[in-house]
Design a protein around this ligand. Structure first.
Ligand SMILES: Cc1cc2nc3c(=O)[nH]c(=O)nc-3n(C[C@H](O)[C@H](O)[C@H](O)COP(=O)(O)O)c2cc1C
Length: 187
């Protein structure tokens, strides 16, 4: 059984429709640890050592967050800036994350159609997520396809509960099964 670490960043979780359902769908699963970054670090003082220990102890890492201004909320960026240190995550002797799997699990107001070359946002969601992909690549990790809930302003309860089940199923697959999804990794 692989160990899953969900790094969750949502500045307004009390108003969340989507992520509250996604987290509820995976609550209490064995070997699935959720770290709520805004709860842990409301002052943005991310503690490097416990974060690195949690990373080292996991096989699959999930950056779970809403898309804010085509990227992640600021505490997720702060977490990346502080925790993924040179000599630990990358660079000389920085091999502690090597071969771990990682993906983004995101929600966006824009639908998949909006996130396309002909759509209002002009680029695909994967294009906006390239900095995460490259961060994972630099750290010798295996970057998996993103899990995406789009069109959040219009999603109805049934669609949302289907997406929540899809998320739970994905996490169970990543925990228990052979991973056959394509991933990006340095050769
Ligand atoms: C400050 C802010 C910035 C946002 N930026 C984007 C954006 O760039 N693209 C987008 O599709 N949606 C954007 N949204 C919409 C959120 O992604 C959407 O409301 C959220 O994913 C819904 O999840 P929740 O119900 O868990 O809050 C933004 C929302 C806020 C509050």
């Amino acid at each position: 059984m692989r160990k899953i670490l969900v790094l969750f960043a949502h500045p307004k979780f009390e108003h969340s429709d989507v992520h509250s359902k996604l987290l509820a769908a995976i609550a209490g699963l064995e070997n699935v640890l959720v770290r709520d970054l805004y709860e842990l670090y409301p002052d943005f003082q991310v503690q490097v050592q416990p974060e690195q220990e949690a990373l080292f102890d996991s096989d699959v890492i999930i950056w779970q967050h809403p898309i804010y201004w085509y990227s992640c909320p600021p505490l997720m960026k702060q977490w990346i800036d502080l925790v993924l240190e040179y000599g630990w995550a990358y660079g000389k002797n920085g091999t502690y994350l090597k071969n771990k799997y990682i993906l983004n699990a995101v929600s966006s107001g824009g639908s998949t159609a909006v996130y396309s070359s002909g759509g209002r946002n002009r680029f695909t969601l994967d294009t906006f997520l390239r900095p995460f992909e490259q961060t994972a690549y630099l750290c010798n990790m295996r970057y998996l396809p993103a899990f995406h809930v789009g069109g959040t302003h219009k999603i109805d309860a049934l669609q949302l509960s289907r997406k929540a089940k899809e998320y739970r199923d994905l996490i169970l697959t990543l925990r228990d099964e052979e991973i056959t999804l394509p991933f990006v990794q340095k050769s």
